[in-house]
Design a protein around this ligand. Structure first.
Ligand code: PMP
Length: 419
């Protein structure tokens, strides 16, 4: 006779084997930082849809305009047609995000999800430069379609897909050598040496924090040096802010503290603010060299997502309350994680802002903590090539008390695993 847990896995067997989520529960309702399974069990969510729910579940300030839009029978699907909802979003994005930061980008809606944003970035970079190669970094994650997979530094995820579609050359990410900066001297030398086989690339694509690849965080100076290297060689710098963007590290764009302006920025996950599919590719204006119809697709005009995206910008980005909360809550979290790091040999604190976690020498520890946390009502994911890090990414709106509750559960789970 199946236990409730095996029954849940049995019920889900019609899904492909790639869907391997470790949580044996059937989730039904959700509010703020909490999700509830159908049997009424409450779970504190330190996962936030892998960064798609930065403002928590079902935030009333987003739900109301969404419901108004739907009950008003406004246009839901629109491809490239201009709509009021799209115009409102573009106006708000310019006024609230780009303008105050002195950023000048053209906005592309590349398709519904993060990988579409990366594909558009890679394609336009190759078109504008007339070059082919793209440099990406060790343990990078940029998506699961063939172009973004070609720049993803994870052999397991690439294993069955065959040869990447074009040549992507990996370079060591900052902190790849545990605490040592990976410099760019060798890369620049190779680019300048026509016999090296490493031609000057079209672009370099980088995450400021490796959300899937183990939570290593690039230092601001390293990002500035990378930016300068790209400028010297007229190589386009693509920042993939799909996971680290929309406030996750404390500023709207994760690269802001470095004071750089990437040529191309990829955004998705929390841009709609409500877990609805939406993606943007931001291009320096002179890179808008698309011909009409050269990059299109059916679901790049999802108007309910424009509505919640606009509401999210108005609600969370017209004053600094959210940013202050991220700063305060990440400090609170780091104190607790330091406690774990100090008590476990070889454990390391990783990440930045509320995209953070602890990596363990023994990769199995992270998975065991994930399971022990679930038993206690806490949802945490793992990250890294061996899933060696526990990954903590609560809603950016989490209160001090809610975070304290989650920290207690996490410490209890860690204690039970490491006893
Ligand atoms: N880039 C980064 C940095 C990501 O974290 C992800 C998703 N984890 C993607 C791209 C791909 O986004 P999506 O899953 O929406 O295609």
């Amino acid at each position: 006779k199946p236990t409730p847990e095996t029954q849940i896995f049995h019920d889900r067997e019609s899904q492909v084997a790639s869907y391997c989520t470790e949580w044996p529960a059937v989730f039904d309702t959700a509010r703020g930082c909490y999700q509830y399974s159908e049997d009424g069990t409450r779970y504190l969510d330190f996962f936030s849809g892998a960064g798609a729910l930065n403002y928590g579940h079902n935030h009333p300030a987003l739900r109301k305009p969404l419901l108004d839009y739907l009950t008003g029978e406004h246009v839901t699907h629109s491809l490239d047609t201009f709509t009021v909802a799209k115009r409102n979003f573009l106006e708000a994005f310019d006024r609230i995000v780009l303008g105050p930061r002195g950023l000048d980008y053209k906005v592309q809606f590349p398709g519904p999800t993060g990988t579409n944003s990366v594909e558009a970035a890679l394609k336009i970079a190759r078109k504008c430069t007339g070059r082919e190669q793209v440099v990406s970094f060790t343990n990078a994650f940029h998506g699961m379609t063939l172009g973004s997979l070609a720049v993803t530094g994870n052999s397991m995820k690439r294993a069955g897909a065959g040869t990447p579609l074009y040549h992507a050359s990996p370079a060591p990410y900052d902190d790849y050598f545990d605490g040592q900066t990976a410099d760019f001297l060798w890369l620049e030398k190779a680019w300048e040496d026509s016999g090296s086989g490493l031609a000057v690339p079209a672009a370099v694509i980088v995450e400021t924090v490796q959300g899937e690849g183990g939570l290593r965080a690039a230092r601001m100076n390293w990002l500035r040096e990378l930016h300068a290297l790209c400028r010297r060689h007229e190589v386009l710098l693509i920042v993939d802010d799909v996971q680290a963007g929309c406030g996750r590290t404390g500023t709207f764009f994760s690269f802001e503290p470095a004071g750089i302006q990437p040529d191309i920025v990829c955004l998705s996950k929390s841009i709609s603010g409500y877990g609805l599919p939406m993606a943007l590719t931001l291009l320096r204006p002179e890179l808008d060299q698309w011909d009409p119809g050269e990059h299109n697709g059916t679901f790049r005009g999802h108007n309910p997502a424009f509505v919640t995206a606009t509401a999210a910008l108005e609600t969370f980005w017209t004053d600094d309350r959210l940013q202050r909360n991220v700063a305060d809550r990440s400090e609170q979290l780091q104190d607790a994680l330091n406690h774990i790091v100090e008590s476990v040999d070889g454990a390391a604190l990783r990440g930045r802002g509320l995209l953070t976690g602890v990596a363990f020498d023994d990769a199995e520890v992270a998975g065991k903590i994930q399971a022990a946390a679930f038993e206690r009502g806490l949802l945490v994911e793992t990250s890294g090539p061996e899933s060696e890090a526990i990954k903590i990414m609560p809603a950016l709106t989490i209160t001090e008390d809610e975070l304290a509750e989650g920290i207690d559960l996490l410490l209890a789970a860690t204690g039970a695993v490491l006893k």
